[in-house]
Design a protein around this ligand. Structure first.
Ligand code: ATP
Ligand code: MG
Length: 355
């Protein structure tokens, strides 16, 4: 299958008595990696199953290029096997009694690929995921988690699918293993040109890998687009919160200002939007706040440092005062617990939404 545009339109899935996907719309551009981010229970795995052909929607359509994969309106549903989609799960889902080689060869054996061609393609898949030759003869239980995940990736890629679906593939690996496989996945995604939908609830992973980012909550795609644009200027407070904006300040819009709790007014980044006097909420990530020096005349929130959380070069302060705030500061300039400080929003960084 050649990579093509995948379009999901108005897809609804009920599981048990509950709606799990509610009118999901999402487009995957050919050759791009789209990260699907969202809290536990949002419906990410269910959407992935809809694309794989493992879950049949109650309503809506899925198209792959010119081909209809599913259309509830006319009762059309193409089975998983006929879609030729690659799948990689969090749990490696390898056959325990087959060698790594036979695990990777399996999709080709099912398709009755001649032996010589099969051997060449399996060898190429092992090379693609950077697994040494000697691993091929071993059974999965004798491989590390990272090696097993590389085998399952090789199995997903061996028949050159146009679409690769990954469901938290790195979640069970340690930090160095995750970083190495993440870089390799990105490299082979670019070199093979495969279209990827990559499910994760790790925002750093999503931002590091994605060409496009889609954020899902409660069975809906809340926002989809350029990762940096979503990170800096999410249109929805749900997305801003999920991308790390944990400081939340209530306020009121007055003229060109928003007057926030704790007695701080900021210039309003809103044009149009809520009318004068209407309630708003401002969201800020910890790195979008800073501590004011003694002579600085800007408005800020006074507070006492309640805790200092070490995180390498930077530390995260928890401030308690009229409002509670989290502020990231360079480790070498971190005040001690109990110190009195004033925190202010970095100019232009607050996101302001109607409350
Ligand atoms: N077979 C099922 N029967 C009933 N409810 C189900 C079934 N499978 C999933 N659900 C429910 O559907 C919702 C979405 O599940 P899904 O597995 O798609 O979430 P997710 O976003 O992948 O979450 P996680 O990040 O925890 O993997 C959850 O509330 C879940 O309990
Ligand atoms: Mg899931």
């Amino acid at each position: 299958m050649r990579p093509c545009r995948i379009v999901v339109e108005g897809v609804c899935v009920d599981l048990g008595a509950a709606p799990v996907l509610r009118q999901v719309d999402l487009t995957l551009e050919p050759g791009q990696l789209t990260a699907l981010l969202g809290p536990s229970g949002a419906g990410k795995t269910t959407l992935l199953k809809v694309l794989a052909g493992l879950e049949q929607p109650r309503a809506g359509r899925v198209r792959a290029g010119e081909v209809s994969w599913s259309d509830a309106g006319v009762g059309r549903f193409v089975a998983a096997r006929a879609r030729g989609v690659g799948l990689v799960f969090q749990s490696y889902a390898l056959w325990p009694h087959l060698s790594a080689f036979e695990n990777v060869a399996f999709p080709l054996r099912v398709r009755r690929v001649p032996e010589a061609e099969l051997r060449a393609r399996v060898a190429a898949a092992f090379e693609l995921v950077r697994l040494p030759r000697e691993v091929q003869a071993r059974e999965p239980a004798t491989l590390s988690g990272g090696e097993q995940q590389r085998v399952s990736l090789a199995r997903a890629l061996v028949y050159e699918p146009g679409l690769l679906l990954c469901d938290e593939p790195l979640a069970n690996l340690d930090a160095p293993g995750r970083e190495a496989l993440r870089a390799d996945m990105r490299r082979l995604q670019r070199s093979t040109g495969v279209t990827v939908l990559y499910v994760t609830h790790d925002q750093a992973e999503a931002l590091a890998m994605a060409d496009r980012l889609a954020v899902m909550d409660a069975g809906r795609i809340v926002e989809a687009g350029d990762p940096r644009a979503l990170y800096e200027r999410a249109r929805s407070p749900i997305v801003a919160r999920f991308l790390g904006a944990r400081n939340e300040l209530r306020g009121v819009r007055r003229g060109g200002l928003v007057e926030l709790e704790g007695g701080v007014a900021l210039e309003s980044p809103l044009d149009g939007g809520p009318r004068d006097g209407s309630a708003v909420v401002a969201l800020l990530r910890p790195d979008e706040l800073e501590l004011l020096g003694p002579g600085e005349a800007r408005a800020g929130w006074a507070g006492v440092v309640a805790s200092v959380e070490f995180a390498g070069e930077r530390v995260r302060l928890c401030l308690e005062g009229a409002v509670r705030l989290c502020v990231d500061v360079p480790a070498d300039r971190a005040p001690a617990p109990g110190a009195r400080v004033v925190a202010a929003a970095r100019p232009g960084r607050a996101r302001v939404y109607p409350a």
